[in-house]
Design a protein around this ligand. Structure first.
Ligand code: 1GP
Length: 229
């Protein structure tokens, strides 16, 4: 079963393409975060995913793999997040890559370990934006319409507003959240201190922190968790 996720307030996303050691993982665990997502866009290989998995294995915290390429699917995680990029310009990222993965691994998959997520990528500078040829610029009405399509047409349980690498607009996140009825809102991008964590956790259900783990801002990690409580 995919772990109980609806009450997660703070999640750390670890990028397999970035250096990680026991010390780093200990910092993440000690922060009190609710779960760990392993995921990234560039240069993701099974070896790198496995290396992170081994470092995480001793800990009880939910360990989730966000699947970005077929080649990196690794069994043993507590759950699998599957991004559906709602504003992708290349339809491969809405359904094509998924179909190929299921063609290969469909018979082996435990579907109750899988949770789909409706991504809306909003930072034109980030790698995922370029890869998926995401549509841009989008008005607030466009973004809300994508989110509502994800929620109501595709029955996606969560909408992920992805600003990876830059801090987004809390007002916009708030508008999207209030325009949805069932789907949870995940926010990720540019959080590196308690104040930003607090701002976004007031308007989103769950905040995701990524890059700060790999910078000296890691010293603020515990405070970003506290800010969501
Ligand atoms: C990336 O949303 C996450 O997928 C977190 O973004 O790396 O900017 O914290 P940052």
């Amino acid at each position: 079963m995919f772990p109980e996720w609806k009450n997660w307030r703070h999640v750390v996303k670890l990028d397999p393409d970035k250096p990680a050691d026991e010390w780093l993982i200990e910092q993440v665990i000690a922060s009190g975060t609710d779960a760990i997502i392993v995921g990234g866009t560039q240069n993701i290989t099974r070896e790198k995913v496995l290396k992170l998995f081994k470092l995480l294995k001793p800990y009880k915290l939910p360990k989730i793999l966000e699947v970005s390429t077929i080649g990196s699917i690794t069994f043993g995680f507590d759950g699998y997040l599957i991004p559906v990029v709602l504003n992708a310009g290349d339809p491969k990222w809405i359904i094509g890559a998924h179909k190929e993965a299921v063609k290969l691994a469909g018979d082996l998959m435990e579907w109750d370990e899988v949770l789909p997520e409706g991504y809306i990528i909003l930072n034109p500078e980030c790698a995922a934006f370029k890869l998926t040829e995401a549509r841009h610029p989008l008005s607030e009405q466009d973004i809300l319409a994508y989110a509502r399509c994800g929620e109501n047409l595709f029955s996606l349980p969560l909408i992920y507003l992805e600003y990876s690498g830059t801090f987004g607009e809390p007002e916009l996140v708030s508008q999207i959240k209030s325009g949805l009825t069932k789907a949870k809102v995940f926010y990720g991008g540019g959080i590196d201190n308690a104040q930003k964590a607090e701002t976004m956790s007031k308007v989103a259900d769950t905040i995701i922190v990524g890059n700060m783990i790999y910078t000296e801002s890691i010293k603020n990690l515990k405070d970003t968790v506290k800010a969501t409580r």
